[in-house]
Design a protein around this ligand. Sequence first.
Ligand code: GLN
Length: 197
Amino acid sequence: MKAGVIAVQGDVAEHAAAVRNAAAAHGESASVVEIRDAGLVPDCDVLLMPGGESTTISRLIRREGIAEEIREHVAAGKPVLATCAGLIVCSRDAKDDRVDALGVLDVSVDRNAFGRQKDSFEAQVPVTGLDDPFHAVFIRAPLIDDVGGDVEVLATVEGRPVLVRDGPVVASSFHPELTEDPRIHDLTFFPDREVLA
Ligand code: GLN
């Protein structure tokens, strides 16, 4: 499996390690390519959109011509895992002129609004399809404030969606790449396989 990590900014190395771990758990190997230029996305089977700073990621992927390639990847039905800033960039509306939302995920978001009083927090979150809760790390997390009709909500915290699936795109407002647990990467990239214990 060839996995492309959008690497213009954000926690790239953590996603690279996590997708390798998820593939290894299935006895497969993932070759990871870090994407900073146009022309690499079309060769990738799956993509990862890291956490970081959505305004910066949005500006750079547009400038480098990567944004349109991500849209084409999703239109072809190929998987994407987007976390935190990645979720904001993938959304249909980030309510911020500095973010040119890709519109590949039918949710709108309020940047930095989730858990504003605490900035960062961690929670044990039950996830549809997983036997045990996922230890979720939230850092200046976006609030998903509207979800389109075809979007499946896979996890909530205090009644708010924090993990969603829209066709080939899975997105979390938390950071599965910051824990050793590969299950969110796994359910994104190996959706038809038996869920890891
Ligand atoms: N709040 C940040 C943004 O708007 C995202 C934070 C994160 O990715 N941890 O880009």
